[in-house]
Design a protein around this ligand. Structure first.
Ligand code: ADP
Ligand code: MG
Length: 637
């Protein structure tokens, strides 16, 4: 025998014999937590196992589409839960797709579930009870069985295969896989047997199981039977009628919420539920949810929307990209009768019928949001708070939706006073001679509100939008304007607000401007390395100085964001604007006249550093700044 043949033979024998395996390290960590869990809502294990069984049934239906052999074997999908008090077991059987030996190893030996991984990341931070209270929020999948069982057996047969396998584990670092006499395995699918631990008697009680199923899994699209004791007759406890196929009036809010939790892996209430049937050229049913809180993957760089696409109740894809990225937080189930059943997952994505459905769903979602904003502003504001930053990506990416999105957009501004403003509110409040919609971008609303650059606008009663999401720096440059008014950054170029009258109250208090001609020239020379230009400001009223972008330059926040993303060239030198009416500037002029340039240098640098700090930047030279400030204090101020 050649060595190759010998090792192939050994490999073959290996896969035919029982073998022990160690769990992947992070599974061990998870199991440790499960077996010691004091989590009070341990009943989530049932929801997880039922959802796996239902998934397996859907997978088999999909595979049977293209495999006549499987189609012949597969039965009507069914999940059966059996209780056995004497043996202290709870068993869940499904007639789904089953698992091969390799699939068992990868599915039940490592972390398959992204929710589980996110959970593990979180418990790195939280400890003890805090960690176990998170279990229900993340849906930790199969391994949650070890909260209630001290031994778990999985007997399974991959659809289309004659071999069957038995996976066993006590949840302590190891599991084993052994071939199973096919007569002892389910004819199709998987049987999960939990040997309940001593604290889990409640899960042997048929009434308790029925109520858990109603509470958590009532909307699962596979019927569920319960056998209360060995030999007893099966009782149907969930009808398995897919929720979206029911009429809206036949579904309770609680059923919608329950379905939403399973679909989205969220454990709160949906903020908006939309359910409709479209009739016309293409017929389809849609059930869409906007989550009540931000999903974990909201800012995932892949930015993909994930919808569940069914064709006549057969799940074709669980992550179809039906909606644009700026609606990726909306979770959708679509069931269409007008897409060919035999399309592959990839083809279905590209089909024009599907693309048209995606467009129609986006339109409908925007309509529903508009309605909600009018009728239930508080609910709408909550949605905007969670997802506004994502919706605003659409302003930049999808000009055809811009008007609809502008109507929804809510902003903080110098006039919002803790509430929010719409662009309509803004233009209704324009000041005399005001020709633009002014904004300032940054990452901290409080600092934006305190920016020196907006002082002159405030003094004239001109509203400034305070934009603190990164996406804001982008859409303002591409969105042209609203209601004929262009968007204009208050930190860029000359402030063109001279024509707008000041509010009277301020006028009387402002001192006359100092003569700053000589000062501006010397500042320009002294600070040439750091600033592009120095000029007397029209936008400052209270602060002594500020930085703005030059007329040709990019808005400073946008330039900063681009610099962070590898385009440092965009961050040009700024213009220093000084306030000729400010006592510090007047004093600097006097010092310059009395002591000459050298005598005023420290103060000139301090003025620049002041403006930089107000802009969220470091002084040009931190140690020099510290010395100058120290010297100033020493002089007795
Ligand atoms: P998830 O369901 O999110 O993938 P789980 O931890 O619940 O994560 O399950 C892990 C994997 O185990 C599943 O993805 C699936 O491949 C497999 N699995 C679990 N239960 C079954 C079952 N009853 N039938 C077939 N495969 C199953
Ligand atoms: Mg699962």
């Amino acid at each position: 025998m050649t060595t190759d043949a010998a090792s192939a033979d050994a490999a073959d024998r290996e896969t035919k014999e029982a073998a022990d395996f160690g769990f992947e390290a992070n599974v061990e960590q998870l199991l440790e937590l499960m077996t010691h869990s004091v989590y009070s809502e341990r009943d989530v294990f049932l929801r997880e196992l039922i959802s796996n069984a239902a998934d397996a049934c859907e997978k088999l239906r999909y595979e049977a589409l293209s495999d006549a052999g499987l189609a012949a074997q597969s039965e009507t999908p069914l999940i059966t839960i059996s209780l056995d008090k004497d043996n202290r077991t709870l068993t869940i059987v499904d007639n789904g797709v089953g698992m091969s030996r390799d699939e068992l190893i990868s599915a039940l030996g490592s972390i398959a579930n992204s929710g589980t991984r996110a959970f593990l990341d979180r418990i790195g931070v939280e400890k003890g009870d805090a960690a176990s209270s998170l279990i229900g929020r993340f849906g930790v999948g199969f391994y949650s069985a070890f909260m209630v069982a001290d031994r778990v057996e999985v007997a399974t047969r991959r659809a289309g295969s004659s071999e069957a396998w038995l996976w066993t584990s006590a949840g302590k670092g190891k599991y084993s896989i052994a071939p199973l006499d096919p007569d002892l395995a389910p004819p199709v699918g998987t049987r999960v047997t939990l040997h309940l631990n001593s604290g889990s008697d409640e899960f042997l009680d048929a009434w308790r199981i029925e109520s858990i199923v109603h509470e958590h899994s009532g909307a699962v699209a596979t019927p569920i039977d319960l056998i209360a004791a060995p030999g007893e007759e099966a009782k149907r406890i969930a009808d398995g009628v897919a929720l979206w196929t029911k009429s809206r009036t036949d579904v309770t809010d609680e059923e919608y919420a329950d379905f939403y939790r399973q679909l989205c892996g969220q454990f709160d209430e949906p903020a908006l539920t939309v359910h409709w049937r479209a009739e016309g050229r293409t017929e389809y049913t849609v059930l869409a949810f906007i989550p009540g809180s931000r999903p974990l993957d909201l800012f995932d760089p892949a930015r993909k929307s994930k919808s569940k696409l069914y064709v006549r109740r057969v799940l074709i894809s669980r992550d179809a990209e039906l909606l644009p990225a700026w609606l990726r937080f909306v979770r959708v189930v679509v069931d269409s009768a007008d897409v060919p059943l035999n399309v592959s997952r990839e083809m279905a994505q590209k089909s024009p019928a599907i693309a048209a459905i995606g467009k129609a769903i986006a339109t409908r979602i925007l309509q529903e949001l508009t309605k909600l904003a009018e009728n239930e502003p508080e609910k709408f504001n909550k949605i905007w708070e969670n997802f506004g930053a994502v919706l605003k990506e659409g302003l930049h990416e999808d000009p055809s939706r811009r008007d609809a999105l502008f109507a929804l957009a809510r902003f903080a501004s110098t006039k919002s006073d803790g509430k929010t403003r719409t662009l309509k509110d803004y233009v209704a409040d324009l000041r005399e001679n005001q020709t633009a919609i002014y904004y300032i971008t940054g990452d901290d609303i409080k600092r934006l509100a305190a920016s020196p650059q907006i002082e002159g606008f405030r003094a004239r009663g001109v509203e400034v939008l305070l934009l603190d999401d990164s996406v804001d720096a982008f859409w303002v440059t591409s969105a042209l304007g609203f209601d004929g008014k262009p968007f204009k950054s208050v930190t860029q170029g000359q402030a063109d607000i001279d024509a707008i009258p000041s509010l009277e109250a301020d006028e009387t208090e402002t001192p006359a401007p100092a003569d700053t001609g000589a000062l501006v020239a010397v500042l320009k020379e002294t600070l040439a390395e750091y600033v592009d230009d120095v000029r007397v400001s029209t936008r400052l009223t209270e602060s002594a100085a500020c930085l703005v972008a030059s007329d040709k330059g990019l808005d400073r926040q946008l330039a900063r964001l681009l610099a962070e993303h590898g385009q440092p060239a965009m961050l040009g030198k700024a213009v220093l604007e000084i306030n000729a009416r400010h006592p510090a500037v007047a004093m600097l002029s006097t010092t310059l006249a009395a002591k000459g340039r050298d005598g005023a240098t420290d103060a000139m640098f301090l003025l620049l550093d002041l403006a930089r700090v107000a802009d969220g930047e470091q002084p040009v030279d931190a140690s020099a700044f510290v010395k100058r400030l120290g010297a100033l204090i020493a002089r007795g101020v």
